[in-house]
Design a protein around this ligand. Structure first.
Ligand SMILES: [Fe+2]
Length: 399
């Protein structure tokens, strides 16, 4: 039996299955949770007016404080947030949504490789979905932390699109412009379908000849898409110029400054960040913080100071996916951070102070706790604690 319970009447031992607001953006797990501490009670009081408790999964009696909950009772609450049932039961989970989108991207790249005509209609559908999801910045950043080990190329295109759309949105771009950014990001490396695999996957340093072959992919992509006749000019530019850099150090044409449109810069920086944070043939993945340091030190001249600063503001001090140590010595992953609360993000506790794995992982919203109680003391290297952030995000987001 499920009961609607006002937050003032909640007790530890009750099992929460629904909130009166969307789960995403709250400190709580999508799939429901047992209230185990006064801290969690306080968090619920801070963000909800009422919740739905499942008595069968609770450790205490609920009937005396709640009203039987059916869907109409929940939605009739006056002045409450729109109720949203757990996506675990009622909607496609973020990781599943991403997996089906990625399959489409994989098919697109495969047909380009086979020399078939490139159908951008499918890509446009994919991008429309991503733009819908982009209203939730944290969901986008969480999805960009997912990886696909089977199809690295499709994963790279999709992650670049997620980052480019989220960054474009942060910069205040219109929906039309976000659509172009999404399409440019999905297609930016399509020319690599013409690059021999043994060069693309070669571990270690490339010879000058091999690098010259790689450098052909922006022009090859441009030629492939120009032939398909329905790709907007802005998108053709993103494909052709995504390795150009404002200091003239890029390729293929060594363009400089204003010769490179802003939309191209957005794709370039999203592409570079995604490449740095993913394992590939020539270097293992950097952590989000390491990637930001690398971009800042070696990329500022190439991307331009303004764009680099915007990107740093967009990613924040603790990018989603960073691993941090708290003042309790617990180790946590940054799970979401809003513009206003980015110094005190939502974190997922994964190791206790002795290094033992915390199971199940607990989400804690630092923003609603007093700073004296719990705060971030440093950023740490996930490798030191054998933490695989991509796998953890997959589990949490339901892949
Ligand atoms: Fe590229």
């Amino acid at each position: 039996m499920r009961y609607k319970v006002n937050v003032g009447d909640l007790q530890t031992g009750m099992y929460v299955t629904e909130l009166d607001r969307p789960w995403v953006g709250t400190p709580f797990l999508f799939q429901g949770f047992l209230i185990e501490s006064g801290e969690e009670l306080e968090q619920l009081k801070a963000i909800c007016a009422f919740v739905v408790i499942d008595e069968a999964q609770s450790k205490v009696a609920v009937g005396s404080v709640g009203k039987p909950a059916d869907d109409s009772a929940v939605s009739a609450q006056e002045g409450a947030h729109q109720p949203e049932k757990s996506p675990a039961r009622n909607a496609e989970r973020p990781a599943q949504a991403r997996a089906s989108v990625q399959q489409n991207v994989g098919q697109l790249l495969a047909s380009a490789k086979d020399g078939k005509e490139i159908d951008i209609k499918e890509s446009q559908k994919i991008i429309a979905r991503l733009i819908q999801q982009s209203v939730n910045h944290n969901l986008m950043m969480q999805m960009s932390n997912l990886r696909n080990r089977q199809d690295r190329d499709a994963g790279h295109s999709l992650n670049t699109a997620i980052l480019a759309i989220a960054f474009g949105k942060h910069l205040g771009h219109s929906e039309d412009k976000l659509r172009l950014l999404g399409l440019g990001a999905i297609l930016h490396d399509i020319g690599k379908t013409r690059t021999p695999r043994e060069i693309l996957n070669k571990p270690g340093k490339l010879t000058d000849e091999e690098f010259a072959v790689i450098k052909r992919h922006p022009d090859e992509g441009y030629e492939m898409l120009k032939a398909s006749d329905n790709v907007p000019d802005e998108v053709l530019n993103m494909v052709r110029y995504h390795h150009e850099r404002v200091d003239g150090s890029g390729y293929p044409n060594g363009l400089k400054g204003d010769e490179i449109p802003l939309s191209v810069g957005i794709i370039s920086i999203a592409d570079a960040y995604e490449t740095l944070t993913t394992d590939n043939a020539y270097q293992p993945a950097l952590t989000p913080v390491e990637a930001m340091q690398r971009l800042r030190t070696t990329g500022t001249d190439g991307f331009g100071k303004d764009l680099m600063q915007d990107f740093m503001r967009f990613m924040g001090l603790y990018p989603v996916g960073s691993v941090v140590k708290l003042n309790s010595d617990d180790i946590a992953i940054v799970f979401s951070a809003d513009q206003k609360t980015r110094m005190r993000p939502l974190v997922m506790l994964v190791r206790d102070s002795k290094g033992t794995e915390i199971r199940p992982h607990r989400l804690v919203n630092l923003a609603v706790l007093p700073e004296s109680k719990l705060s971030i003391s440093s950023i740490v290297d996930p490798r030191k604690y054998a933490i695989d952030t991509a796998t953890l995000f997959e589990k949490e987001l339901g892949q």
